[in-house]
Ligand binder design. Structure first.
Ligand SMILES: *[C@@H]1O[C@H](CO)[C@@H](O)[C@H](O)[C@H]1NC(C)=O
Length: 224
């Protein structure tokens, strides 16, 4: 009689232990299954963060190329921006852009930003831009974004200076045209990095202005 009671007690303890072990393993298993997707999701978002391209351009640049993205302004409302190697050099957020021509100079070997500025081409003094452009030396890359009106104060001298940087459209740049450009001094041919739309009341996206332009890509170190 006592023996059977003891056996029943042992059986009960055994059952309690096994069911506790079962429940415990089930809980830790379900924790794992809950944790797995979170961990996976975490690594996926980490990956997509790594995959993001410099300056948010569409395709990553190969080694020995610099990524860049230049946006012209939209009408006289949204300011332009210039990004180079993931460095936002000029933008409305940085509050260092203006109507006219927005220009950044970088060292074409190292990618270091050298100078940037905006030049009022409607009521400003165009000789300021002449001085700025004449200080450009070999080894520099020049990034240009128009905003509102890049053309009213354009001179033949300025058109010539931009043409020497590889621009095809500076010759015809006029009142309220949209223009984005990347060039370099004494580039052998015309720069492949340029977009231009003429202000034309019949085709303008906005009433008094053509659409905004976006130029992005990879420029080789030492384009010159
Ligand atoms: C560009 O950087 C290189 C390396 O630091 C330097 O030797 C060269 O003078 C720089 N060129 C310009 C135009 O700043």
């Amino acid at each position: 009689m006592r023996m059977s009671v003891l056996l029943r007690l042992l059986a009960l303890i055994f059952m309690l232990i096994t069911s506790w072990a079962l429940v415990h393993s089930y809980i830790s298993f379900s924790w794992k299954t809950i944790r797995m997707p979170r961990w996976l999701a975490g690594s996926v978002s980490k990956k997509s963060r790594v995959v993001r391209n410099k300056c948010d351009i569409g395709k990553p640049c190969p080694n020995n190329f610099f990524a860049f993205k230049i946006l012209s302004g939209a009408a006289n409302v949204v300011g332009p921006s210039v990004c180079f190697e993931d460095h936002m050099i000029m933008s409305p957020v940085k509050d260092n852009v203006g109507r006219g021509l927005n220009i950044a100079l970088v060292n074409g070997s190292t990618g270091t930003v050298l100078r940037h500025g905006f030049f009022d081409m409607y009521s400003g003094d165009p000789t300021l831009l002449v001085t700025f452009l004449k200080e450009i030396t070999k080894e520099m890359l020049v990034l240009v974004a128009s905003y509102d009106d890049p053309g009213t104060k354009m001179t033949d001298e300025l058109r010539g200076l931009f043409s020497n940087l590889g621009s095809s459209y500076a010759k015809q740049l006029g009142f309220r045209d949209s223009w984005v450009f990347l060039g370099a001094k004494d580039i052998r041919s015309n720069s492949p990095f340029e977009q231009f739309i003429k202000n034309n009341p019949n085709t303008n996206k906005y009433e008094g202005w053509p659409e905004m332009l976006q130029l992005e890509g990879c420029v080789p170190r030492k384009l010159f």
